[in-house]
Design a protein around this ligand. Sequence first.
Ligand code: NAP
Length: 380
Amino acid sequence: MAPDHQKIKTVSKAFEKIAADKNFRLFANVEVGSDLAVAQLQEHYDAVILATGSSLGKKLGIPGEELRGSLSAAVFVPWYNAHPDFIDVDPPLDTDTAIVIGAGNVAVDVARMLAQEPSELDRTDTADYAIDALKAGGIRRVSISARRGPEHAAFSSPELRELLRLERTTIVMQKSDIDAAMTRAGDGAGKDVKSNFDAMRLIVETPPGEHERTLEFLFHHTPKQILGTDRVEGVVFATPHGDVTIRCGLVITAIGYQAQGIDGVPYENGRVVSSDGRVQANLYVVGWAKRGPTGVIGTNKSDAAAVVALLVSDLKIPKNKSDIAGLFTNQMAVTQEGWQRINQAEVDAGEPLGKPRKKMFRRDQMVAVSQGVDREVGSS
Ligand code: NAP
């Protein structure tokens, strides 16, 4: 979740409530597939639910995509969110122009993170190293490129409207693009498209501020090639007016995700194969791993409720109580109590800085804090 969306993050309270139940147990820092097999879980529990999401970014499949400075949102987002496996991503921010490819809400999140004045992130739980890197970097212009017109954009209107609240960034959309899209869509435009048009018109009609930073929308721009020798130098787009080259030093693709495979689980087309969420006897799947990478938190809530109803209807004779704690090859499992120590240490470290939390980002430090060994949230 975007670190500048703190209000939406309060959804965690729903999980905290469940975690407080005496029958809840947490085994974190355990990788299913390597530390533990899915079959072992199935053996020990009445039901196993995979809620592993989609963590791999889809590829454009165009030349230059592997150049330094071309990366997926699936890498960039966990980098700025302090995911311990992504702290070494080192995105090159020593460029004045970044292009975000894709017309969905992930593209808007990424573009907003790059286009806002980085000090606006000081009061969020964005990774400290990311705020420092953004402050030291030179990005002043961010373009979101959509391969189709505004009527086909996958943005949602609250996310578009929110852009106007950026205090030190000018948002640019061409009025002619929106007018033409409205004409094309005509009376057939659905509720969401109409709502997007309203938000887009608001953007177009808002007088541009005199800001150093710009976030612009490019419609009907299909990426053909990423240019560069050692690193990204530009993107060639096919447009209705012929090819257009835009110079830039950073390209982030936000064009969808695929689920990462786990041994023993059937996958097809980037998601777990299931029938309404039932994978095999006592194995279920929910969320993006089940449906593919679409839908917001509310979509996942109702999806999960339906799968749990199916699971409950399947439950026949309960298994004997058994425990998986002794099965780990990795003995560093973090319990709920351990997580609470990490959580408290992060919140305590953030408080004097006016942040909701100051995130730890090293796995060994988190494990140490979880065991009560070290409570200090350092920056290294
Ligand atoms: P998305 O909504 O499916 O958008 C993906 C975008 O990538 C589409 O505009 C698609 O264009 C484009 N695309 C796909 N392949 C492409 C290609 N080869 N070249 C150029 N463009 C390409 O996916 P997302 O942004 O990853 O979001 C995933 C889900 O999470 C969505 O349901 C989203 O609403 C949700 N989400 C919500 C929030 C929020 O509520 N704040 C934040 C983040 C994510 P075409 O339409 O032309 O295929």
